[in-house]
Design a protein around this ligand. Structure first.
Ligand code: NDP
Length: 336
């Protein structure tokens, strides 16, 4: 042992996904160090989360896992146990979001992880490790989406912002951030019974997602100054069709579908901007900007409203529930 590392056990608990003669399966196991991928920083994971993509990976409902065996979990926060990087020292608390982690590089749903130092950012000073994971990729993607609206001149005085997939992780954080920044927010959901929750996050109005989810006209009555859409398909098409002249639609998800059955009319007749949001390969400087803004904006009380905590044993069942739309807000996984 040297001052670049602390002694650790070679076996640790975690979820492992395999694809073999028994088919595709995810289970909680004692994992050997040899499963850890290459990387210059080894981390004792404290918390991970369940995002939509983790649900797809754990259940195998979509081919997001591209290497086996693999530990899922696109997000993690943890303490550096070993570092060959000059940027991180033993004891530093770091966050990893995306970069193919949980898809082709083992991720956060295990007690130990090995990452590339260029993917890591230090834990922002005013978040606890658990709070950082409540935010996770969902909150960070919501922030990237809000930044896209701001960069395209969608200020609070321009009018209402539509947030789709409102009860989901991205949707919940989008509502909370926009509301804190003074925007008027309309939340679209399939769960109108959750309206009190959505209003407590800051939604001014709640509409049923069926008003947006069927085939619509190329252009509809102008309503939205901006949109944050985590749903895709007809919902995204209808959101574009009803965006006001010069507005911006941030497209970040596909919970309804990957298709985009739209026309060019909103773009060429109303100057609407469609801003694509990718969190996975986002350059590190953009990540730092998003996390800095999150740490300026998010109020601590939001964490209690949005999140529920589970442990590794509960994560596989919760992943299926997430895909079935039975989970509200964010699921944070206590890994230790
Ligand atoms: P969640 O599962 O937490 O939320 C998704 C929400 O979408 C649900 O809560 C539900 O909201 C709504 N929804 C589900 N099914 C449908 C449907 N068939 N039609 C319309 N709405 C539906 O997922 P996340 O918030 O973690 O992710 C949301 C989307 O964003 C996913 O597609 C995910 O892959 C994507 N994403 C993309 C990222 C990027 O880098 N671009 C990063 C993170 C996520 P309600 O019950 O309120 O209707």
């Amino acid at each position: 042992m040297n001052n670049n590392s602390v002694a650790t056990d070679s076996k640790f608990s975690g979820i492992l996904i395999n694809k073999d003669e028994q088919g595709y399966h995810a289970s909680l196991q004692q994992i050997d160090d040899s499963v850890l991928p290459e990387g210059d920083v080894t981390i004792k994971v404290l918390y991970s989360t369940l995002n939509y993509k983790d649900g797809l990976a754990i259940t195998g409902k979509s081919p997001v896992v591209r290497q086996f065996p693999l530990v899922p979990g696109i997000d993690l926060v943890g303490v550096v146990e070993h570092s060959d990087s000059a940027d991180f020292k033993v004891g530093n608390v770091v966050i990893n979001n995306g970069f193919g982690v949980g898809e082709k590089h083992s991720g956060g749903l295990a007690q130990k992880a090995r990452m590339k130092s260029e993917w890591l950012i230090p834990l922002p000073a005013n978040f606890s490790p658990k709070q950082a994971m409540i935010i996770g990729t969902a909150g960070y993607t919501a922030m990237l989406s809000v930044l896209a609206l701001e960069k395209n001149g969608v200020t609070p005085d321009k009018g209402e912002i539509l947030v789709t997939g409102a009860n989901g992780g991205v949707g919940s954080f989008a509502i909370s951030i926009l509301s804190k920044l003074g925007y008027s927010v309309v939340a679209s959901t399939g769960r109108l019974d959750e309206s009190p929750y959505l209003k407590s996050l800051g939604a001014n109005e709640v509409i049923h997602r069926e008003t947006l989810s069927s085939p619509g006209k190329p252009l509809a009555k102008e309503r939205w100054a901006g949109v944050i859409d985590s749903v895709g398909s007809h919902t995204l098409a209808n959101a574009c069709a009803s965006t006001k002249y010069g507005g911006t639609v941030a497209a970040c998800g596909l919970a309804q579908g990957m298709d985009f059955p739209a026309s060019v009319a909103p773009f060429i007749l109303r100057g609407v901007t469609l801003a694509g949001i990718d969190s996975v390969m986002r350059p590190i400087e953009d990540r730092k900007e998003a996390w800095q803004r999150l740490s300026d904006i998010i109020e601590p009380s939001v964490f209690d409203d949005i999140a529920q905590e589970i442990n590794l044993e509960q994560a596989i069942e919760a992943a299926a529930k997430l895909l079935d739309g039975e989970i509200r807000g964010r699921v944070v996984v206590n890994v230790q």
